[in-house]
Design a protein around this ligand. Structure first.
Ligand code: SF4
Length: 299
């Protein structure tokens, strides 16, 4: 059966001549300006202690994290994913040192750098340019929503305009950008989520990651959840919304993720989201039943 949406695996097969490629989640030891006091000390309301990075290898040196992953997934090619916290938030010298590590692993064929839209200094772009010429590079920008009221609710402390500026600087250098979006932010209507997707169609990032709005333990969001300050989406509602978003998203944008994905140890709610494979299968089943696909209603 052909996929009803442009999967990340399909993209990887096309990009790397059908070789099996896996992403290595890495904590490169960066902090985040929204947590370390550069912008704020509070952090985004949903952010966990590990800054969305790997929890089991969190304290290991970068080289050891890579070696351990490769040891457990032999015979493949790899994308190094600098995932935890904000991976452009350091001096140029430190960034150079940390990125350079991946080049001593011959089976690493790409680098993915996760960061905030307001945290790539002008002096960093030439380094990204250089990296992009040496290896396949993608930069993952956490946007979450184009709507200021949602960015404020999440305590992102950056604006949509800052995202646009960074996005254009990366694209003008031919660097692939993957945009992170959150689905189900309290107070956002379906219409407003469609507007975010419509903007993605206009901007044409290389890919998007859809995250379910979910609660992790020991976060400000967890406190709010326990005080019943908002409602989470039920599984059926989420599937309904995701299918509608996919129908409206341009078919050439790669879908890197379709649900919330976090370790069970730090996950709080909603419970149904813990079964990631079930959620993805339910989305696929719904799309098959509706005879629909990514881009069917894209404008
Ligand atoms: S920008 Fe990312 S790392 Fe920083 S507080 Fe927000 S979610 Fe956490």
């Amino acid at each position: 059966m052909t996929d009803p949406y442009f999967t990340f695996n399909t993209f990887l097969r096309q990009k790397f001549d059908n070789q099996k490629v896996r992403k290595i989640p890495i904590n490169a030891g960066f902090s985040c300006p929204n947590k370390d006091g550069t912008i704020s000390t509070e952090g985004c309301i949903f952010c966990d202690h590990y800054g969305s990075g790997p929890i089991n290898t969190f304290t290991m040196p970068i080289e050891d994290q890579i070696k351990q992953f490769i040891h457990g997934h032999r015979g493949m090619k790899y994308l190094a994913y600098y995932q935890a916290h904000c991976n452009t938030h350091a001096s140029l010298r430190v960034l150079e040192q940390k990125y350079e590590i991946i080049f001593s692993f011959e089976d690493i064929v790409g680098l993915s750098i996760g960061t905030r839209p307001d945290s790539i200094g002008d002096e960093v772009y030439p380094l990204l340019d250089k990296l992009n010429r040496r290896i396949y590079l993608m930069v993952e920008l956490g946007l979450q929503s184009i709507h200021q009221k949602s960015l404020t609710f999440l305590k992102r402390n950056h604006s949509y305009d800052e995202f646009l500026d960074t996005f254009q600087k990366l694209r003008s250098r031919g660097i692939d950008v993957v945009v992170h979006l959150i689905v189900g932010i309290p107070g956002e209507t379906k219409r407003e989520m469609f507007d975010t997707v419509q903007e993605m169609n206009r901007l044409k990032p290389a890919g998007v990651k859809f995250h379910l709005f979910h609660v992790l333990r020991d976060t400000p969001l967890s406190d709010m959840y326990r005080r019943q300050e908002f409602k989470l989406l039920e599984k059926d509602e989420y599937i309904d919304i995701i299918v509608s978003l996919l129908e409206r998203l341009s078919p050439d944008i790669v879908i890197h993720r379709l649900t919330g994905e976090r370790d069970r140890e730090i996950f709080e709610a909603p419970n149904w989201a813990l079964d990631k494979m079930d959620t993805i299968q339910s989305i696929r089943d719904r799309m098959r039943d509706l005879d629909t696909y990514q881009g069917k209603m894209a404008m």
